[in-house]
Design a protein around this ligand. Structure first.
Ligand SMILES: Cc1cc2nc3c(=O)[nH]c(=O)nc-3n(C[C@H](O)[C@H](O)[C@H](O)COP(=O)(O)OP(=O)(O)OC[C@H]3O[C@@H](n4cnc5c(N)ncnc54)[C@H](O)[C@@H]3O)c2cc1C
Length: 435
């Protein structure tokens, strides 16, 4: 078995840092500390939420399981986990001051996207009138930029702790979090950014709907013979959904590099999991019809389960869910993190004080409802679109249709061709994809 279990796609791999890295004590909080907002979880979404709410004028306590990683080395090893960051997410990272802190030599713009399913669909930044369709950036690179913003903020206190219990109805004006140490933190609002298996969501009694996809995502970096020309590629077919995302070369004029995300049907994923990284590179090369010439392994192959989840509500009294705690989507559109960063943008907007006097309450129900309303459509639309596309190309769908399968596939191909010839529809799709 060559494939490594990737765990959470975004899980931090930081080492334990030495003391003195933080502008605020990382020690356990004193008893019954108070804050405006407690953000639980320091993934990319939690870090962005802490930074955004601090910028909006709130005193934030960021509760994290692990200390922040040490500052990024000048040329660190590549992180297999990369994100296609949408223009809207770039806007948020810019507003938070994180965009300029990224290691820009390790971010690649995507100017074109080519999607194949029998015929070809082309999306271009030029025709959409935007700078780039997305930027491909390593998880570590984004997280480190946000870590810098958060540690430089005078309004964020960081606490390394695990939340053991949440009392959301202790009184009308605050929630009480009990940490595993037994110490307590009183907050006017709790923002749960604690990932797909969100303990806070469970403590708040919020259920969720779940669909487990009969697929597994295999992720790796591959060297490529032909230049990718800042183009992202995606193939839909019986092999599942195969995406090649452009990354910068290791050195100017050096060998090209791309990130592969292969959402393969379970059986095929099992076979691919037995392959060496070199054999995996050859399978990818064959599945994409040599689109980028010879391919070479540049590191390990990581595997991730694929699920769709939507929380029954984004809210409980004095609590809001953001990021994967609120929704999980199929990575075929590369939008999970973008959706979470959209939550942050809308949450900060809904909680803005709008000239209210200091001491204004961020956990007021009306404000939280404003947040939930703003997110209803984007979350539903992303879940439905990615779910439908997954199903449309799932071999199990054709198999279940029996003798109707050929007609179904023909209709699918026809729809694809219509889309390529309908600039208005394509523009709509690009708009949805870039958030
Ligand atoms: C194969 C694959 C490819 C993907 N590609 C893309 C892409 O191209 N673009 C994109 O936008 N998205 C992509 N995604 C989705 C993206 O990875 C997630 O949507 C995103 O990382 C979610 O971030 P998060 O901060 O909400 O959750 P997480 O990153 O899971 O963070 C949760 C944090 O909370 C902490 N935590 C949990 N419980 C507690 C507790 N009790 N107390 C304190 N801390 C706690 C955890 O330790 C963790 O640090 C992809 C996903 C997969 C599987």
């Amino acid at each position: 078995m060559q494939v490594r279990e990737g765990g959470d796609y975004s899980k931090h791999r930081g080492e334990v840092p030495g003391p003195g890295l933080y502008n605020h004590a990382m020690s356990k909080p004193a008893k019954a500390q108070h804050c405006d907002v407690a953000v639980v979880g320091a993934g990319v979404v939690g870090l962005a939420a802490a930074a955004g709410l601090a910028l909006a004028g709130y005193h934030v306590t960021l509760i994290r399981r692990e200390p922040a990683p040490p500052p990024r080395a000048s040329d660190p090893p590549w992180d297999e986990r990369v994100y296609a960051v949408s223009p809207s997410s770039r806007g948020l990272l810019g507003a938070l001051g994180a965009w300029d802190l990224l290691d820009s030599a390790r971010a690649a713009p995507v100017y074109d996207m080519r999607v194949y399913s029998g015929s070809e669909l082309h999306f271009g930044a030029y025709e959409a009138g935007i700078e780039a369709l997305a930027w491909i950036i390593e998880q570590d690179n984004i997280a480190q930029a946000l870590e810098q913003v958060v540690s430089a903020s005078g309004s964020v206190t960081q606490v390394v702790a695990e939340v053991a219990a949440a009392d959301l109805t202790t009184d009308f004006c605050s929630a009480m979090l009990t940490l595993e140490s037994g110490e307590r933190l009183q907050a006017r609002l709790v923002v749960a950014a604690d990932g797909a298996d969100s303990p806070l969501r469970k403590m708040a009694g919020i259920g969720f709907e779940e669909q487990v996809y009969p697929q597994r995502a295999l992720v790796a970096h591959l060297g490529i013979e032909h230049a990718h020309r800042d183009c992202a590629y995606q193939w839909f077919g019986d092999h599942g959904i195969l995406a090649l995302l452009p990354l910068p070369s290791d050195e100017p004029g050096g060998q090209g590099r791309c990130s592969v995300v292969w959402s393969a049907p379970t059986e095929l994923a099992g076979a691919l999991a037995q392959a060496t990284p070199e054999e995996f590179a050859q399978r990818v090369q064959a599945a994409c019809g040599n689109a980028l010439g010879n391919m070479f392994a540049l590191g390990p192959v990581l595997g991730f389960p694929l699920r769709r989840r939507v929380a029954a509500s984004l809210l409980a009294p004095r609590l809001a869910l953001v990021g994967d705690a609120a929704h999980l989507v199929h990575p075929l559109a590369g939008q999970g993190l973008n959706l979470g960063l959209g939550d942050v943008t809308d949450l900060v907007a809904a909680l803005k004080r709008e000239g209210a006097p200091d001491g204004d309450d961020p956990g007021r129900r009306l404000r939280l409802l404003r947040y939930q309303r703003a997110r209803a459509l984007p979350i539903a639309a992303m879940g439905t679109t990615t779910g439908a596309l997954q199903q449309l190309f799932d071999p199990a769908t054709s198999a279940a249709l029996g003798s109707l399968a050929a007609a179904f596939i023909a209709t699918r191909e026809l729809g694809w061709r219509v889309l390529e010839r309908a600039p208005v529809l394509k523009r709509l799709l690009i708009g949805r994809a870039i958030g």
